[in-house]
Design a protein around this ligand. Sequence first.
Ligand code: NAP
Length: 308
Amino acid sequence: MDVEPIKLGLVGIGKIARDQHLPAIAGNDRFVLAATASRQGRVDGVPGYYDIAEMASACPLDAVSICTPPDGRYQQALAAIEAGLHVMLEKPPATTLSQVEALVEAARAADVALFTTWHSREAAGVGPARAWLADKRIEAVRIDWKEDIRRWHPGQEWILGPGGFGVFDPGINALSITTSILPNELCVESATMDVPAGRASPIAASVQMRSAGADVRAEFDFLQTGPQTWSIEVDTDHGTLRLTEGGSVIQRPGEKEQTDLDLEYARLYERFAHLVAERAIDVDLRPLRLVADTFLIADRRSVSEFLF
Ligand code: NAP
């Protein structure tokens, strides 16, 4: 039996929409890109609208995938749910925990799918890391997520604004991986955050966490020049497992590094198609909760002004 493709609206045509979402949608025959909603961004050959309300009233749609910055996403997702559309959200899913909980409630009431994605969990090394760690004793974890904001986020002023997450915009990817590979829950014990003068969100942070008996230390830095580092090292009773390159490369003790095809966004859209068919909800708040806990507990240090 032929099943109609899901008519999708893509919202927020910026860097990640162009780099990852457009190719992943084009490569999945369960979806057809029916429209876009973005104040300025347009995709050639696809009807473009200013926002979700305009798009939903002009164009028959089944679902939206939202790639705007996190601040404002809650209102956009709620508008889509209230229009009866299934919703997929880029990470971080919203700026507060309570907004995501309200979206879950609204999606249940409207009987639509809701998917808060964590793309880094789909990186090639993450599933194998989780499987290898499952029966090991975890002794210590070191997370180093250090990148150059000017290189990867040029001109993205929103990222250091309120609800922009600062260095936790990429850093939440490390937390999404760590929460998915460790067998025990993580909790935040202490933290420091460096906030540039005149900005709302941190440009660097250190977070001390615990997972059962294991110390988990995380260093996040947005001012890293030279080699860029997105690595997680897990010491166990059977040696140290290393995930590097954002989770795409794995090295188990005594083995060579291994990697595989980059299927992060292909997997997210495959999962979304499944959730739409089931009208199901896939929401894991743990990475966002760890960031929220860090913001609650952190010792904030004011550092010098930052200009892009
Ligand atoms: P971006 O390049 O700034 O694109 C976001 C787009 O959203 C903008 O082009 C803008 O298009 C629209 N938008 C709507 N409201 C906005 C507002 N108040 N301020 C700024 N833009 C607004 O950002 P991005 O890098 O694609 O990141 C978007 C989301 O994807 C973030 O949550 C980020 O964490 C996530 N993400 C990014 C990457 C990456 O490598 N960049 C990777 C994975 C996930 P219009 O002006 O046309 O409305």
